[in-house]
Design a protein around this ligand. Structure first.
Ligand code: NAI
Length: 697
């Protein structure tokens, strides 16, 4: 039953019941409409309360129905809200816990609203590229004033009910109820049962002393922040209509804007990302009810760049951490960095001083393996060297308690080999964090051949607990993200050889929407990292063509920001990338010695060679079963590599561009004598999708 109906004396109570958050799916809407009809037909009923069972009043539209005919089936949300408004008996919304999107819009159709403190109230549609489409932009300003309503609608962020109830002149809540909400709502409904006329939000006027000035100001501010997204500015237009137009005209205008946004690629990209995030946590052969191993203590080996950042994730989540190092000074340095990071948060007011102390109290350090044996999971983050990893895992095998999970943060090494250093390969897994590990959302969870299902399920759940986006990857060199980036980097190198400057490539890529182009990125991360990897990797592939410019750069000692020079020059203590004459000369000399005549290269070619290199390699990852689904690859790139969110990830972008067009572009790139024609053969999966007229997602 998606909504129940009960009588409490003269008050009928309709309770939404569609777990987890009482989404307003078709069955729920129908059940509410039926409840209203029944209550009106029953002479003994004097008033009606609408509330939600369990953990929410209502979280809004039912995401399971998104994009299906059911989402629009009558009574749609607009029709249902109209039924509530036209009900002959007073309808009271009893709001608690979560009241968002369509849930808030439904409550705004009710004659009265009562709430308990602590409820999260929001119109979050902007976060998926939309605006509230069932009157939210017209009714919320009528109860909260244009400015508060616009702030909520443009940000999509939740605001606590008690805060809203305390705003002077607010008409959102008629009463804040202490104690039992339902009892309070029934008492309130009984009080107002005979009051007529029934108050309607639509009949209120939105007053603003200077609407033209205010909305111009709002447009300027929102426009500057929203850059690649159309929805926030449309929210401003809609809220302005609530001030300037009659209610019905404003409602029609909101609808028009909503439908327009629905069709934009940005909205499609955001919805894609929203569903991709949810899909990523599902693993085909690991049931959702797989029993998890308890994780109450975490051990970390190595207090370097990654070890420290990884530790912070668990400390911040309230889990005790012990870090093991080879020498005391390495431990001291690691702990000092963790302290410095937390102190930065305290200074910015993001962390309370008491909380900081409590968090640090969860951290212990050791030089001895004996001290970590009782941890439930150990995460190794030592040097990227198989011999070092071998020594560590042999030790771990000896000291860790049975059932402990043994994880490696390796970014390139074979997790199956690492597992084979132990007598318990089923307990070994890869946890590939991204740097800085306390900030970056992505966690690639690397599933070894022998990794047990409950180990995988436990690590996925643990990742969620520390607020990471977890994506499962099979074992291969570079896993999902770095294996793809290798092809992207190769193209970036070819582009330099063929006539681009680093700044030209970066600019084109940044205009496309990437947070940073490949060369600025290299300077930030350290060009030496890739240099070492190429030295190791390309020994095995002597015939693989790649541009030597990056090696030449490293031979000049230009490792990037950390050495004060990389693809760009840097002034001491500054991070601004200044185009470098020395580097341009190096590239020119290299072109000459390789016999390449430079040419003008368009931004379109730059971007598409880089992005489609990602796509073609990704198609191979899908074929090989390294990645489970195309949308997982999009999540990796959105959360770990700064791929522009408004484009939905490389696979989503390729789908939008049209896979036929993508394959055609690859054929053109293959004609370029300086490029790798073999690489540009469309991956069989891509070719098959083109032939069948299908796409990735
Ligand atoms: P790092 O050099 O900053 O830290 C490594 C730490 O491990 C050092 O403090 C060292 O003293 C310690 N260590 C070395 N051998 C040890 C042993 N036998 N026992 C105990 N401690 C030992 O290195 P980083 O950057 O933190 O990398 C660690 C791992 O994370 C590597 O496998 C790397 O490939 C991987 N990784 C690195 C990323 C990065 O951006 N730096 C990103 C993702 C993964």
């Amino acid at each position: 039953m998606s909504a129940s109906y009960e009588l409490h004396g003269p008050v009928a109570v309709i309770t939404l019941n569609n777990p987890p958050v009482n989404g307003l799916g078709h069955a729920s809407r129908l059940a509410v409409a039926e409840g209203l009809e029944r209550a009106q037909a029953d002479a003994a009923v004097k008033a009606i309360v609408i509330t939600g069972a369990g953990k929410a009043f209502s979280g809004g539209a039912d995401i399971k129905e998104f994009g299906t005919p059911k989402a629009l089936a009558e009574p749609n949300l607009l029709s249902l809200i109209r039924l509530v408004e036209l009900c002959s008996k007073p309808v009271v919304a009893a709001i608690h816990s979560v009241c968002m999107g369509g849930g808030l819009e439904l409550s705004l159709g009710c004659h009265y609203r009562v709430a308990s403190a602590g409820a999260n109230v929001a119109l979050p549609e902007v976060k998926i590229g939309l605006l509230p489409g069932a009157g939210g932009t017209q009714r919320l300003p009528r109860v909260l004033g244009a400015e508060t309503a616009l702030n909520m609608i443009v940000s999509g962020d939740p605001v606590k009910s008690e805060l809203l109830a305390s705003l002077p002149g607010q008409k959102l809540f008629d009463k804040l109820i202490d104690g039992d909400l339902l009892a309070g709502a029934i008492a309130f409904a009984t009080e107002v049962a005979d009051k007529r006329p029934l108050p309607l939000v639509r009949e209120l006027k939105v007053k603003h002393p200077n609407p033209d000035g205010y909305f111009q100001f709002a447009r300027n501010t929102v426009g500057a922040m929203a850059k690649n997204f159309p929805a926030p500015l449309k929210c401003v237009d809609a809220v302005e209509a609530s001030v300037k137009k009659k209610f019905e005209d404003g409602l029609a205008y909101e609808r028009e804007l909503f439908v327009g946004l629905m069709m934009t690629p940005e909205c499609k990209a955001l919805r894609h990302a929203f569903f991709a995030e949810r899909a990523a946590s599902k693993i085909a052969d690991v049931p959702e009810d797989t029993p998890l191993r308890a994780i109450n203590k975490v051990a970390i080996i190595g207090a370097g760049t990654m070890g420290g950042g990884i530790a912070m994730n668990f400390l911040s989540a309230g889990t005790p951490v012990v870090i093991l190092e080879m020498k005391q000074d390495a431990l001291d340095r690691g702990v000092a960095t963790i302290r410095k990071n937390y102190e930065g948060q305290v200074k910015k007011g993001k962390l309370k001083p008491e909380k900081y102390e409590a968090t640090m109290a969860l951290l212990t350090t050791t030089l001895s393996y004996e001290a970590i044996g009782d941890a439930d999971i150990v995460i190794e983050a030592v040097f990227e060297d198989m011999e070092v990893k071998k020594a560590v895992f042999e030790q771990l095998d000896k000291v860790m308690k049975p059932g402990a999970i043994l994880a490696s943060n390796t970014s390139t090494l074979d997790v199956n080999k690492i597992a084979a250093f132990t007598k318990r390969p089923q307990d070994v897994i890869g946890t590939h964090f991204f740097s800085p590990a306390n900030v970056m959302k992505l966690l690639e969870v690397v599933r070894g051949e022998k990794t047990a299902k409950d180990v995988l399920a436990t690590v996925m759940a643990l990742g969620k607990k520390i607020k990471k986006t977890c994506v499962v990857s099979g074992v291969c060199d570079g896993f999902i993200g770095n294996r793809m980036i290798e092809q992207y980097s190769r193209q970036a190198g070819f582009l330099l050889e063929e006539g681009c400057t680093p700044a030209q490539v970066d600019k084109a890529v940044e205009k496309f929407g990437f947070a940073m182009g490949p060369f600025r990125m290299g300077d930030l991360a350290g060009n030496d990292v890739g240099w070492y990897i190429r030295k190791r990797r390309y020994v095995e592939k002597p015939n693989l063509r790649y541009s030597k410019t990056a090696d030449l750069l490293c031979e000049m000692g230009r490792f990037g920001q950390k050495t004060g020079a990389g693809w760009y020059d840097y002034l001491p203590g500054k991070r601004d990338a200044i185009p470098s004459a020395v580097v341009e000369k190096m590239i020119e000399d290299h072109r000459k010695s390789a016999g390449i005549t430079p040419r003008q290269i368009s931004d379109d070619e730059i971007v598409h060679r880089l992005v489609f290199a990602l796509v073609n390699e990704a198609a191979r990852l899908l074929e090989e079963g390294i990645a489970q689904r195309a949308s997982d690859i999009d999540m990796v790139y959105l959360t770990g590599y700064g791929f522009p969110l408004h484009r939905g990830g490389p696979m989503c972008y390729a789908d939008t561009y049209g896979l036929y067009n993508v394959a055609q572009a690859m054929k053109r790139f293959a004609q370029n004598p300086n490029d790798d024609a073999e690489f540009w053969q469309p991956a069989p999966l891509l070719a098959q999708l083109v032939a069948e007229g299908k796409n990735f997602n």
